[in-house]
Design a protein around this ligand. Sequence first.
Ligand code: GAP
Length: 446
Amino acid sequence: MADTSVMDKLVSLCKRRGFVFQSSEIYGGLGSVWDYGPLGVELKKNVKDRWWNAMVHARDDIEGLDAAILMHPKVWEASGHVAGFTDPLVDCRQCKNRFRADDSRIKGTPGQPDAQCPVCGTRGSLTEPRMFNLMFKTFMGPVEDSAAVVYLRPETAQGIYVNYLNVLQSSRQRIPFGIAQIGKAFRNEITPGNFIFRTREFEQMEMQFFVQPGTDEEWFDRWREWRMAWHHSLGLNPSRLQWHQHAGSELAHYARAAYDIQYQFPFGWQEIEGIHNRGDFDLSRHQEYSGKKLEYFDQPTNQRYIPYIVETSAGADRVALTLLVDAYREEQVEGETRVVLGFHPAIAPIKAGVFPLVKKDGMAELATALYHDLRKQLTCFYDDSGAIGRRYRRMDEAGTPYGVTVDGETSANQTVTVRHRDTMQQDRIAVSQVAEYLKQKMRSAA
Ligand code: GAP
């Protein structure tokens, strides 16, 4: 059975330690929208930096892009989102709640007298299912009429397709090549939930790889392998990662083939990234709707074609949640429960805590000087309040891999202790060597 109590503990830890807060909390919150606090923003930034590094900086065949959230409304007609990005919904006439038509809590057939509302329990109050588009609409310019409607993008991918020729020509790439982008996407999800797993505003890390038709399947296989390896490189437990192949009926309107990378959350196996073979669907549709030729001319072979696209699409928030869930553990230490986020050092928001053992005998001054020196090279946190054991526990909950403590020996022999979060063991290191020691430990954990 799913252990959802872990999620409750994690949500509470995330608020307590400043990872994630509910949006607009002082007004009672906004449904399924979340804000990242000081530690959360560092965690998510580390995820995005690692992705950008692996996809853009480490490769010659992928270029970066940052397209605008608002796009011409015809983009969403061409992409199929205006017609097809819909869920069937039913309303309760009695309590005014709205549900997905396939909500397992509904008893009976919506629209029929036997159907029972899962919230107020009224029979016969549910409407027939109606299709509901998941895109958020807004208006551009001063007049709020149908001609001024624009959408908040539901995926970042379309910004890449409409810029494909711009990037191709300006970067002098040749096919096969890719375009990567990180950015916000918005979906008016009807059944959001599970904390930051399914939200209405989220961040995607998407890469579209443009290939010659006929080579798409081999690129698809390569990208599947590379993307799974990337998730492993974050230090996730490999036994909690698996593939899920989409059956024909599950395939999105644009996909010829699709696999999800799933993680075993406390609420079940769920998608964290999708790898899709989108064929020529997107570029053909944009060519048709814009009237602009989007073919590629391959000089060596004198061939002209619309490239096929292999897409890798991960959610930065979902990866952040995966890391939090995977890292969370409780241990019994000397009769007390120790809560630890065992992040891989590269992912940890803070790499080292710096502490004076006590605030006397010049220890605070030495620790402050060391902290100012270390923070030039690593993200550090200085803490001199409360018993040293409590300070270590706070850093354990923040997932900080190392704790550097200035103690009575420091001024005598210029050494400090370095405490390791996972083993709680301590090494004595020369002050002059601490930065190099920590960096070396982080490199060997990578
Ligand atoms: N461009 C393809 C695309 O958007 P998707 O499977 O709908 O495909 C890709 O989304 C990824 O975006 C998902 O694997 C997930 O990580 C993230 N994602 C999608 N909807 C989300 C939501 N409502 N909240 C958080 N992340 C979401």
